[in-house]
Ligand binder design. Sequence first.
Ligand code: GLU
Length: 422
Amino acid sequence: MTNVSLATGEQPLECALGMFHQAADRLHLDDGMREVLANSKREISVTFPVKMDDGSLRVFHGYRIHHNETRGPMKGGLRYSPEVDIDEVRALAMWMTWKCAVARLPYGGAKGGVTVDPKALSEGELERLTRRFGSEIGPFIGPERDIPAPDMGTNAKIMAWLMDTYSMNQGYSVPASFTGKPISIGGSAGRFEATGRGVFFTTQEACRHMGLNLEGATVAVQGFGNVGSVAAQLFAAAGAKVVSVSDSSEAIYDANGLKHINEIIEAKREQGCLPPEHPGDRLAREELLTLPVDILIPAALESQITGANAGDIKAKLIVEGANGPVTCAAEPILEEMGVPVIPDILANTGGVIVSYFEWVQDLQSFFWDEKEINDKLERMIKSAFKEVAAVRERDGGTFRDAAYTLAVGRVVQATQDRGIFP
Ligand code: GLU
């Protein structure tokens, strides 16, 4: 849908590797350490059959990529999308390693996915696909090994099927095997909202840092899934003017601020689209990116702000709600224009931070209330922001440079402290 039209050098894996190698240069890493960190530790690629409702057999391809586990068990989402391919998952797995390191979570990075359009399957087909995929990757995951979570195209219900499948295959219940589960089986309060809430907290911190008043600031949010919709709601509640939101089909724009964010969320949930009757102009979804706003939140998918459209951006601040929405070709253009980008590996860590809380709660079978979760999330993500800002102050460069210096440096330190086996 998006990646095909990208120029060479702008695909997610090319960008992930480019960003890593720049950090490796800054940290003066030797060739051996570079090669270790530029590659995945383990790559699981599975092909599996699913019985369709009409009695036919369809074959699907899925992946689970383990990028690095030096700092702890691996963590990262599972994506269901027709765009999933091994290189995309490799990039996303590497980003999880850096994300967990920036947030100081005791985890390494992993990611997985199945090449499928989940909306084109019946509920029964989706469940059979999920349970079979879960069984295929079962030997490689677990609370001490690799703990998957939701990502694009997956949700709490899919995590419940996966946790049940893993538990059935083990012969006992293992709640800590997956995060982002329903509360009834060991999910955490606040997990659904966590990524959007984290985006909001990092934006608050970035505004403070830049001397930009969030109250009254205009905000455009690309993507109206659980990240974008929750962030939009929190921005509106904090007195910001959310002037535009978009889903995969279109954007709504009202220069005076969209009136009823909650109604838009409700309509999206119930009808699967932005409400046609809501006041505001209709724009093509990509037009949202170049609106004259203070804050732009790309929270849809990767490779949205590219070398081709970065020069048209008018926002004063970009906060990456999605993974990899600003490509490596776009970033230097934005830097030249003086538009700071708060990178994904800092801005969208809220999801994995609360996944970490969920895993800890499951392991100790002792649960916290939502206020405790949100307070801990705020403290953790804002402290990560401050650490990144301090490195940027010290070294210069972009927020992404600083976040990578910190993250890669922490993984290198852990690798050196553990030593190389044997
Ligand atoms: N899929 C989310 C991400 O990209 C969450 C991962 C997790 O909770 O493990 O950060």
